[in-house]
Design a protein around this ligand. Sequence first.
Ligand code: PLP
Length: 247
Amino acid sequence: MTDPRAGGRGAPAAGEDARRAELAANLSEVRERIDAACAAAHRDPAEVTLIAVTKTFPASDVRLLATLGIADVGENRDQEAAPKAAACTGLPLTWHFVGRLQTNKARSVAAYADVVHSIDRPRLVAALSAAAVRAGRTLRCLVQVSLDGDTSRGGATAGQVPALVDALAGAEGLSPGGVMAVAPLGADPAESFARLAAIAADVRSRHPEAALISAGMSGDLEQAIECGATHVRVGTALLGGRRAIVR
Ligand SMILES: *Cc1c(COP(=O)(O)O)cnc(C)c1O
């Protein structure tokens, strides 16, 4: 496939039509995968929210996805997300911040994000809380779990999760939403997501409103849905090649 970001400059209308058709085809394939995974797991597809991870792709793609029925968009870098969200003001979209978050970006992220998936330390809870209060907004926050315990790539250890959820519950401007994870490279995603499901059940037993499970990407959304994911974060399968899928 050609680079989807390259097309359309000389002939905007034709380029946009082609891109819309490509996104529509990708979206129907992803929806079919989600429906099949839900059927296999005896779940209602309405329980699974598809987040289109639009990182590296332009605001024009976000607009096209919105016209195709996408209501949830994910981004992982504030520098890219902030102007993109601004360019999409007025669209009926929920913005999810899914990347590692530095405390000095909290103020910017709190201005446009509705859900933050990457809470992994108390200092970030404090910074986001202050930023949300200042912005007059309430952010739903998920604790990111490092399922292999290697927190150098982001995420808290399983043991740190309860205290972080408690901190979110007590923080002004924030509400505890649940948990998020990325399957560790080289690990069996089904086994990883089963561990996340157990952590999520524990969180939910103490904070019933923290019921979201954000898990599953282009390569492993089926295993995530089997393990109870309520939100799948899909980039490549919807928008095209940003990098090779390695598993
Ligand atoms: C990029 C990204 C995704 C989407 O990954 P794909 O494999 O392209 O579907 C999901 N979650 C996070 C945190 C990401 O950074």
